[in-house]
Design a protein around this ligand. Structure first.
Ligand SMILES: Cc1cc2nc3c(=O)[nH]c(=O)nc-3n(C[C@H](O)[C@H](O)[C@H](O)COP(=O)(O)O)c2cc1C
Ligand SMILES: CCCCCCC(=O)C(=O)O
Length: 361
């Protein structure tokens, strides 16, 4: 494996250029974990192409004297609508792990979500006192421990909980199986230390894991037990978006988990308009999955998203060049978004609308 880069090679022109730089630096099993999707990886692949057939219709001679990408979510102002999605075990990809990712994101003013399955303690990350730091929560079978985790996140200064709904079980990770991926002994989900252990599942139906998996009542229970806004991640159906708001969520993330859980779901970009319509401005809507260009971000915003989240490209940047790589990935996306807006004739996010897209969305 090559060591992380200390300077960015001059041929790196877009986010996708980081993929190969990362692949050369990540052990093959960990690469299968990073890149892979569920089963035949149909959703993971379709996420990447789902923006391509959507066309932008540029408008001309607009006033750009006060152009910006600022936005406000959950009472906090952000310089732009690009957020780092929660991803597990960053130390698999770089020795400085989540701390390096956070530093890179912070340098580019991007919101950052720490995974429940982070390889760094939530207190260590919270101690950086970063604005726009969110904590992703997997509700654990041990509900008491779950509440302790939430209390720790509140105390450490996290500003929102991203509650992931789409993974009551892990997906069928055939690529990982074929690569023989095993978590190295020195990397673990350190924030789950001390939790009451759960019996390993021998089957799916009838397993304790599934019997204890969260329901809408758990969302309502969580909302009653935290002062933080809850953003429900993994929504692909408009009725689930409405149900989320009815049960106490303050925001929605349209996501198929990067195609890593259930294969052959629709892509988030496909279902985004119908979900944004169902939410009807009652709460912020974010989207992730397959976003690799500023033009993808623009199309998502035109289709009803208030902001977007980026998963694998952040890990590619991290593996290639640590904090600098993460910052560079976000910088390229930010610049491409501004360029797309400038060329499309859209000076700020309040001017973004479906009229910039050829397809009726
Ligand atoms: C290696 C990896 C680990 C992930 N871990 C988590 C996680 O711990 N919690 C979570 O809610 N989503 C997790 N995700 C899903 C991301 O948050 C996000 O939904 C997805 O990566 C977006 O798609 P993209 O990678 O195409 O940008 C993970 C994704 C990857 C690639
Ligand atoms: C029971 C859910 C396991 C998911 C593991 C972490 C994750 O979200 C991902 O790898 O994707």
């Amino acid at each position: 494996m090559l060591p992380p880069l200390t300077a960015i090679p001059s041929h790196v022109a877009s986010v996708s250029d980081y993929r190969e730089l990362a692949r050369e630096r990540v052990e093959p099993g960990a690469w299968a974990y990073l890149e892979g999707g569920a089963a035949d990886e149909i959703s993971a692949a379709q996420n990447l192409t789902s923006f391509d057939s959507c066309r932008i219709i540029p408008r001309h001679f607009r006033d750009f004297s006060n152009a910006h990408t600022r936005t406000e979510l959950f009472g906090r102002r952000y310089a732009h609508p690009i957020f780092v999605a929660p991803t597990a075990y960053h130390r698999l990809f770089h020795p400085e792990g989540e701390l390096a990712s956070l530093l890179g994101a912070t340098a580019l003013e991007a919101g950052f979500t720490l995974s429940t399955l982070a390889s760094a303690s939530l207190e260590e990350i919270g101690a950086q006192k970063t604005a726009g730091l969110w904590f992703q929560l997997y509700i654990q079978h041990d509900r008491e421990f779950t509440l302790e985790l939430v209390g720790r996140a509140e105390k450490a200064g996290y500003e929102a909980l991203v509650l992931t709904a789409d993974a009551p079980l892990s997906g069928l990770r055939n690529r990982e199986q074929r690569a023989g991926f095993q978590m190295p002994a020195h990397i673990s989900a350190v924030n789950l230390k001390g939790m009451r252990p759960q019996a390993p599942a021998q089957q799916i139906f009838g397993s304790e894991l599934l019997k204890q998996s969260p329901t809408w009542n758990d969302l309502a229970w969580l909302a009653e037990n935290t002062r933080l806004p809850i953003i429900l991640k993994g929504v692909l159906h408009p009725d689930d978006a409405r149900s989320a708001l009815d049960h106490g969520a303050s925001g929605i993330i349209v996501s198929n988990h990067g195609g890593r859980i259930l294969d052959t779901t629709p892509t988030p970009f496909e279902v985004l308009p119908v979900i944004a319509k169902a939410v009807a401005g009652a709460a912020p809507v974010l989207v992730d999955g397959g976003i690799r260009r500023g033009s993808d971000i623009f199309k998502a915003l035109c289709s009803g998203a208030d902001a977007v989240m980026i998963g694998r490209p952040i890990l590619h940047g991290l593996a290639a060049a640590g904090a600098v790589g993460v910052a560079h990935v976000i910088k390229m996306l930010r610049t491409e978004l501004e360029m797309t807006m400038a060329l499309a004739g859209c000076p700020d996010l309040s001017s973004v609308n479906p009229g910039f897209l050829l397809e009726k969305r």
